[in-house]
Write a protein that binds this ligand. Structure first.
Ligand SMILES: *Cc1c(COP(=O)(O)O)cnc(C)c1O
Length: 378
């Protein structure tokens, strides 16, 4: 087999192994066959095991869709009548969660916090004190637009102290940063197969507490297709997804999970950290600057500021790198030109060293001098 290997430094989908790619090539099968349900049942347990949940207490519910489907499903399905959602809004993904609540006309307490620093826990506590009717607190674990790591454990403690449960969007951390649902006070988290487990696009999952899902049976139904209890109940009674699953993506995910447990949680996180260190070394060597202090980052995404050089042209630099097998990605910060370099996927530090050679060539190609310059001193 000879598939070109591209190094994706965008925030997902990520570079995959050839064995995961090839796992999609299977005989045609109707997903209503028992054989197919037999693939999904252990997969659901494995997805709970990744975050160290007990499968009697926690379950994984699979959906056919990109990661955003989980944000939508979790938020709209888990809010009881008369309760409010509380969302910590400090980046583009938590903004998306706020938008979901607004689209469903759900009562929302939105706590805006800076996008480049840790949120203020006292503001969150004050909001919980003032609003006695919060159903759940929602926070993005790792804000992929900036690389910010949120203090989920502490926010979970606060949520529980005031009688709410915690939902966190772990899409860009799950199966990368070691997560333990008990230690991290997580009632619900979520991810997508194209990110941490290094599978394909089209399969996403919510991992959460069975008893809360059972309770949500009687919560207002705000969506027909995107309802957590409906999908959970269908899985529990038939072993299947309610509607057509992404068949080939599930075969790829099965292989990706085998490779995940082979590599191990600890070794995988070490590898992502090696990749990030190599990314940071290149940033420092070229005089590039990051938008966030490294102490507040999750260590998986670097948001790099555009240098102040008349030759700088993101599109041209992107295209130069892309033609040589490396994908860099635009940033997601308002009022600031940034691009992102992400440490996801089946890559290692050698790939990043190769990338920086090509990137430096690209700077020469567009006429940006090295080390790069910034007008404003910090
Ligand atoms: C990638 C990602 C998602 C899902 O985004 P899609 O565009 O639906 O794939 C959700 N949350 C976070 C934090 C992410 O990084």
């Amino acid at each position: 087999m000879d598939i070109k290997r591209n190094i994706l430094l965008n925030p997902g989908p990520s570079t995959t192994t050839d064995t995961v790619k090839m796992a999609q090539v299977v005989p045609d099968i109707c997903p209503r066959e028992k054989e197919f349900a037999g693939i999904m049942a252990p997969m659901r347990d494995d997805l709970v095991r990744i975050v160290h949940g007990d499968t009697k207490e926690y379950t994984a519910v699979l959906f056919c869709g990109s990661g955003t489907i989980c944000i939508d499903v979790a938020l709209n399905s888990l809010l009881a009548e008369g309760k409010k959602a509380l969302i910590i809004n400090n980046g583009s993904y938590s903004q998306r969660a706020c938008d979901v609540c607004k689209y469903y006309n759900m009562p929302l307490v939105e706590i805006k916090q800076p996008i480049d620093d840790k949120p203020d826990l006292s503001v969150i506590e004050k909001a919980l004190k003032e609003n006695k009717d919060i159903g759940y607190v929602y926070v993005t674990y790792h804000e992929t637009g900036t690389g910010l790591l949120n203090p989920v454990r502490e926010i979970g403690t606060l949520a529980h102290r005031y009688g709410a449960f915690l939902i966190t969007d772990t899409t860009s951390a799950y199966a990368m940063i070691p997560i333990n649902v008990y230690e991290d006070n997580i009632d619900f988290c979520m991810a997508s197969a194209q990110k941490g487990i290094m599978g394909m696009t089209g399969l996403s999952y919510i991992i959460g507490k069975r008893d809360i899902i059972e309770q949500s049976k009687n919560y207002p139904k705000r969506s027909y297709y995107c309802n957590l209890y409906m999908q959970y109940e269908y899985f529990e009674s038939t072993g299947e997804m309610h509607f057509t699953p992404p068949v080939q993506t599930i075969y790829a995910a099965k292989q990706a999970l085998i490779e995940y447990f082979e590599e191990s949680e600890e070794e995988k996180w070490k590898r992502h950290t090696r990749v990030m260190n190599a990314i940071r070394k290149g940033i420092d060597d070229l005089g590039l600057r990051e938008a966030l202090r490294r102490e507040v980052q999750a260590g998986l995404v670097a948001a790099v500021e555009y240098p102040d050089d008349p030759g700088w042209d993101f599109e041209k630099i992107h295209d130069y790198c892309y033609e040589r097998g490396f994908t860099i990605y635009p940033g997601k910060m308002q009022n600031k030109g940034t691009f992102r370099l992400c440490a996801l996927g089946a890559i290692d530090e050698g790939d990043i060293k190769d990338f920086w050679k090509v990137f430096e060539e690209a700077l020469g190609f567009v006429g940006v001098s090295v080390p790069v310059k910034y007008d404003m001193q910090r």
